[in-house]
Design a protein around this ligand. Sequence first.
Ligand SMILES: [Zn+2]
Length: 337
Amino acid sequence: MNVEELRRNFPDEASCRAFFESVIWPNGPVCPHCHGKKAWAFRSPKVRAGLYECADCSKQFTVTTKSAFHGTKLSLWIWLQAMYSLIFSSKGASSVFMAQWLGISQKSAWKMLHALRTIMAIHQSALPKLQGIVELDEKYLGGKPRYQPGVKHKRGRGTKKACIAVAVQRQGPVRATLVTGDSLSVLQPLIQKIVSTEAHLMSDELPAYRVIGQDFAAHETVRHGQKEFVRGPVHNNTAESYNALLERAKQGVYHWMSKRHLPLYTSEAAFRWNQRVPVTRTIQRGKHRGKVRTTMKPLPLLEQFKNLLRFAPACQIRRTKNSGIRHLPAAIPLFGL
Ligand SMILES: [Zn+2]
C-alpha cells in the first residue's frame, strides 16, 4: 500500500476513528474505567469526536482513553501515518525524521514512536511458544570503544555491550529479549518460557545451550569456532538475519539505543519480522525450474495495522513532567497479560 492508497482508505479523521474503534472494540465500546459494555455515544457537534458515556459508571471515554494513545492531542490520521512509516520501513524511523515528515515536534514524535514500540513489545510477549526448528543466538549491541593505538578491543561476548537473546522459529516468528548475560541461569528460564519442549533447537557452541538443549526434543550445534556455519539443515543463520536487521537499524537509523529502551527497539524489529508469513511457490524458469521454494512475505498493511492496534489497550502510557513517558498496567486486562 502506498501513501495515496493509505489516504484513500482513510480519507478523513472520522474514518480513522471508525477503524480504531472497530479493531480495539470488535464487540462495541468497552468502558476503560469499569469495564462496562453499555455506553452511549454523544452525537452533538459541540462534543469532541468519538466521546462515549458509560451506562454503569457514568464516566466518559473515547477509544484512546487509558490505552497507549491516552491523552493524545494528535489526530488519529497522524498516528496512522506514524504506524505506516514504522511498519513499512525495513529498519525503523527516527523521531527526527518523523517530526519533520508529520510536522510535529521531535519530543512528540519520540513519545509517539515509543508508544507504538510499547504496543509492539506487548504483541511480542503475547506470541505463542515457538515450535518446530528453533534457532538460538545472542546479539551484542553497543558502540565501538574509543580507538587506542596498538590496542585490539574484544568484540561481543565479555564486553560491556548489551546482550540480546534471540530465538527464531524457522519460517516463523522471532522472540528477542534484552538479558543480563549469556549464562545458563539467565538463558535457561527464558528459553523454557518462550520455546515449546517439542522444538528442535539449533545453536552455536555456547556451553549454556548444551545444558538447555537437554530439556527439548532435539538440539544440534554448529561449530563457529571451527569456521563451520552450515551443516546441511543445521545452522542458526535465520537468527543471525534478525541480528543483522537490528544492527542495521542501529547503524543506519537510530545510531544510539539506550539499554533502558533497548527492549522496545528489539520488539520493533521483531514486530516487522513477525508480520510475514511463509509463501511456497514452484520456480518456473532457469536452472532451478520445478523446485519448490518457500519465502517469507509481509501481510497486507491493513492486517499489520490491526495486529498492532488490537494490543493498544493492553498498556497505558502517560507523559511525565520532564517530558518522558511512564508505563502503567492495562486498564482492562487483555490476553492474560
Ligand atoms: Zn464505566
